[in-house]
Design a binder for this molecule. Structure first.
Ligand code: SAM
Length: 427
């Protein structure tokens, strides 16, 4: 979602006549996009904020925009006081306050075309500052903003506001514009993306959106994330199975394999419900890859409860498990009502156990790809190798001198590992 927000602000600035640069030192406008889903992400955001302060001292004309979940949807006077060198504070997904500020600053409705002002977008997570979305092959497109589910550990509803679907036609038009710019793959985003359209007219839901997107000429692949187990209805699964451009790739977090922990997390399902869902997904979408999210060390999680998560992952053999150690977040029910009683060292031990388990499972899953020919959509070049992904979202590298950006080609898989594969093009 943050990458999508960065793309959004980047497009808005380009429309105003600004050019993107990768180095904040060369920029006239710096946008720092922030995530606070865990304390570690929040710390990184503060670190970045501190590191750009000297740039403002040496260039008082520099405009600094702090954006995203650190700011939240409400005015935040504490933050404004703490970081007086920040010129503009913007909520997640909203380039509006920055654009207004720049238009006012320039005392005109468009930037003077003679000036070549430059902007850099940084986020708290990635080590390399700078953001470049020219020649983009894949793009994220938010369709559900905010979230109203209120899992007890999660800060997102407090920072991104209540759930709101973006209008059906607006999403479709944005998708068409992206494709016109050369984008080949679009991932629809929402905290519970399957709830898309609950607040729109009847018939405007995720299956309908997928069917309409499927008609866009020039678009090769469609994905969506993140799903919630309670909202993955059969109609959605059948739609995925029936539309060739919609990838057999589902991201549906379980968070824990223990029913009491799931209850305390306020997730609204049991481990058995999840098991049955995975069975249903696999029946309906052959060859599907499934990703999950897990939080270890949730308040009160015992060794036995952790073992239930371990056992569930062992049984289900999912393609990806995004692992996180529980991090108390301000205002959440878990922070207000439960004690963060699993020691850090124990959280880390549980994390490492799942990490090792998943590495083993995925290594085994990936060997099934060996010597198979699979379609790869190529995205970019990394250290002389072209990087692309399978429909199932597996990373594949190909060593070739040819220009492959944006091409969808069959590749023979010659080597597999837990995190990526190597392949060769046909001669
Ligand atoms: N909305 C999705 C869901 O939970 O169904 C995912 C959104 S969240 C940005 C991504 C992941 O961050 C969550 O699935 C969860 O595993 C993790 N996460 C959220 N809050 C957390 C917390 N307080 N501590 C650790 N991990 C957390």
């Amino acid at each position: 979602m943050n990458v999508a927000d960065s793309q959004r602000v980047s497009s808005a600035l380009e429309q105003l006549g600004y050019d993107s640069v990768r180095t904040p030192e060369d920029a006239d406008v710096i946008v720092l996009n922030t995530c606070v889903v865990r304390q570690s992400a929040e710390n990184k955001a503060y670190g970045r904020l501190t590191s750009i302060r000297p740039l403002k001292s040496s260039n008082p004309n520099l405009v600094i925009n702090l954006m995203g979940c650190l700011v939240g949807v409400k005015n935040n006077p504490v933050l404004q006081k703490k970081f007086p060198y920040v010129d503009v504070f913007s909520p997640p997904s909203d380039p509006g306050p920055l654009i207004e500020y720049l238009l006012q600053k320039n005392h005109q409705n468009t930037i003077d075309q003679e000036t070549s002002d430059r902007f850099a977008i940084m986020d708290g997570e990635h080590p390399l500052p700078g953001y470049d979305h020219s020649d983009q092959v894949t793009a994220f497109l938010p369709v559900v903003l905010g979230c109203s589910h209120a899992c007890t550990y999660c800060v997102i509803p407090y920072r991104r506001g209540v759930e709101e679907s973006r209008p059906f036609d607006q999403v479709l038009n944005e998708a068409k514009n992206l494709v016109a710019k050369g984008v080949k793959e679009i991932t629809l985003l929402g905290q519970i993306v399957d709830r898309y359209g609950k607040d729109l007219q009847p018939g405007q839901d995720l299956p309908a959106l997928l069917r309409k997107m499927h008609e866009i000429e020039g678009l090769d692949r469609i994905r969506f994330l993140t799903s919630h187990p309670n909202w993955m209805k059969d109609e959605l699964l059948d739609t995925v199975a029936s539309l060739p451009k919609v990838c057999p790739h589902i991201e549906v977090p379980v968070q824990s394999g223990d029913d009491d922990v799931l209850h305390n997390m306020h997730r609204g399902y049991t481990s058995e419900d999840y098991r049955q869902l995975i069975r249903r997904i696999r029946e309906k979408i052959p060859g599907v890859s499934i990703a999950t999210d897990i939080i270890v060390g949730f308040p009160g999680e015992t060794e036995k409860q952790f073992q239930n998560t371990f056992d569930l992952l062992e049984e289900l053999r999912l393609d990806v498990a995004h692992l996180a150690r529980y991090s108390p977040r301000p205002n959440t029910v878990a922070t207000r009502q439960m004690r963060d009683d699993v020691p850090e060292i124990e959280k880390m031990r549980r994390f490492r156990l799942l990490e090792g388990q998943q590495e083993r499972i995925v290594t085994e899953i990936h060997t099934a790809y060996l010597n198979r020919k699979v379609p790869i959509l190529f995205e970019d070049k990394v250290k002389n190798r072209w990087r692309g992904r399978t429909e199932t979202n597996k990373l594949v590298f190909v060593d070739t001198g040819s220009e492959l950006r944006g091409k969808l080609l069959p590749v023979n898989i010659t080597r597999t590992g837990p995190w990526s594969m190597l392949g060769q093009l046909d001669d």
